[in-house]
Design a protein around this ligand. Structure first.
Ligand code: SF4
Length: 276
């Protein structure tokens, strides 16, 4: 495969401005946003060989695509929130509730780079993240150690053997400071898509239910998720990786690797190795 482009999803091609990072970034943002419209899509192309020659630059452009995708999801999310409010069932989601931020949040290298860039713009934000990361890392290490094999089995065989206990993961996300998200503007799909339908999300009324996990994923309910998977397939293709051999990984780990610019490890964390 020599190149990956968004026209694979019925895009009408237009040229992508090259040169300054800023112009590239804007084009890629628009491509990501318009991917979900399907009506007036724009196309940006970076070849496979260009991407592997400069993975850092390619990842930044992919991060912009994700930012555009987030904008499309936000529109969809707002429509659902409005509909609920108009039908007398307003969502309780809002400032001051962080019930859904105490679980394992999985992400991908593209979203991680977007967040790392956001953190890098403010030393205060970055310091807060690093301060929390150490605590999160130490307290979740044992549980996280069970994840790679579990996830590999899931990807290769669709087999959930229960060895990774998602429900046991209750440590606050390291981006959470004073009940607010340090990375709110660039938070990943999993956080962005989540919507509580009632107060039972924060304070479950049924025995055995865990706070922050009783809502819905807007993207999952609307078809957005499926289309997003298609978009991720295109982005992974830039790096010569089949999306079928990839999986999400813990967001804080990925952001850490993005911040220290260990690009191969960042991509590698989400790739399931070939079975021996
Ligand atoms: S990234 Fe932000 S919204 Fe998502 S779990 Fe962490 S603190 Fe919450």
């Amino acid at each position: 495969m020599e190149s990956t482009d968004f026209s694979q999803a019925d895009f009408s091609p237009i040229d992508c401005p090259s040169g300054a990072d800023g112009a590239d970034a804007e084009s890629y943002y628009l491509a990501g946003r318009d991917f979900f419209k399907g009506d007036a899509p724009e196309k940006c192309v970076i070849s496979h060989s260009e991407a592997v020659a400069d993975k850092g630059k390619a990842l930044k452009l992919c991060a912009e695509v994700m930012r555009g995708a987030h904008a499309a999801l936000d529109l969809e999310y707002a429509q659902v929130v409005n509909h609920l409010a108009c039908t007398g069932r307003p969502s309780p989601c809002g400032v001051g509730c962080s019930a859904c931020c105490k679980q394992a949040i999985l992400s991908n290298p593209f979203e991680a780079v977007l967040i790392a860039r956001h953190l890098a713009q403010s030393s205060e934000r970055a310091d807060l993240f690093w301060g929390n990361f150490g605590r999160w890392d130490a307290r979740t290490r044992e549980l996280r150690a069970t994840f790679p094999n579990w996830a590999a089995r899931m990807v290769l065989h669709g087999d959930d053997d229960g060895s990774f206990a998602h429900g046991a993961f209750t440590e606050p996300c390291p981006f959470l400071v004073d009940e607010r998200c340090l990375a709110y503007a660039v938070r990943p799909y999993g956080c962005r898509s989540y919507l509580a339908l009632s107060d039972a999300c924060r304070t479950p009324t049924e025995p055995g239910k865990i706070p922050g996990r009783q809502g819905v994923g807007v993207g999952m309910s609307s078809g957005f998720h499926q289309r997003r998977q298609q978009l991720l397939g295109l982005l992974w293709g830039l790096f010569g990786v089949s999306a079928a051999r990839t999986r999400g990984h813990f967001l804080p780990d990925l952001v850490k690797l993005a911040l220290v610019k260990d690009i191969d490890a960042l991509l590698g964390q989400c790739i399931v190795p070939e079975p021996l």
